[in-house]
Design a protein around this ligand. Sequence first.
Ligand code: NAP
Length: 278
Amino acid sequence: MTILVTGGRGQVARAVVDGLLTAGQPVRVASRDPEAAQVPDGVQAVRVDLSDPGTLPAALDGVEKVFLYADAKGIDGFIAAAEAAGAPHIVLLSALGVETGDPSNDPIVRMHRAAEGALRASGLPWTFLRAGAFATNTLQWAPAIRATGVVRAPYPQAHAASVHEADLADVAVLALTGAGHEGRAYPLTGPESVTQQQQIDCLAEATGRGIRLEEITAEEYRATLSQWGDAEMVDTLVRHLVESDGRPAEVSPVYEELTGRPGRSYAQWAQDHAADFR
Ligand SMILES: NC(=O)c1ccc[n+]([C@@H]2O[C@H](COP(=O)([O-])OP(=O)(O)OC[C@H]3O[C@@H](n4cnc5c(N)ncnc54)[C@H](OP(=O)(O)O)[C@@H]3O)[C@@H](O)[C@H]2O)c1
């Protein structure tokens, strides 16, 4: 049985590959840039771009399970290729707000709804990993912390139950290697809600550096994001911060229910990634 892991350069995919190799499973890694994915020795790497269906048949050949990054534009082509390759079980990296969020003004909700909906309507077995905010989102602060030790951000009391990529990978490995996960959607968050200020404090502790959060206005923050050129995504990110300001994020019990142990805290994540901030 070969397990295909897409999104090979991503932090979650890397953790999934590590987890599968530790579990002794045969893995094939797919990335738009397989060389940059730097797969472990002995692991096959193939080029896959979900928006280019021609890259899929060779990657899916002989595959029984797939860890899939969502791509709304490519999902129909992916489903057709997977059905032609023998209908492997698909474990989709989805997002927490997919049911509760508003697709009319949130492109993340729209994208994940489209990917989930297409898989539900297909003949493929599926499992959805509905992840909350990734702890890796705070890597956006790494360049400023390395250069100056000062993070300029709005809403220091905005909360997130940030999830460690290793926790997402643990559940992905369970779903990819165990029985009884077909047709299930798992909400996955970190074990506690933390504010942006508390995240900065964890990074200071983990790196042994003085790190300061300098509060800026929402308008100043918008200006730093405007280079993306995606106004709706900028609005969405700012709205999420406003909505979580001073409001603890909901914590899902599902990681602990599935694995029998508590999820990794943000403080743990900061320890694990301290080198990125030094
Ligand atoms: N960031 C969060 O807080 C969060 C929370 C919940 C869910 N999510 C979801 O998790 C996914 C990853 O998000 P991210 O924030 O880590 O980073 P990202 O920059 O959106 O995605 C990076 C990953 O996506 C893969 N990818 C992108 N386009 C692809 C394509 N056309 N074909 C194949 N693979 C493609 C990349 O793989 P290669 O470059 O190796 O091909 C890489 O592994 C997204 O679907 C996002 O909506 C994110």
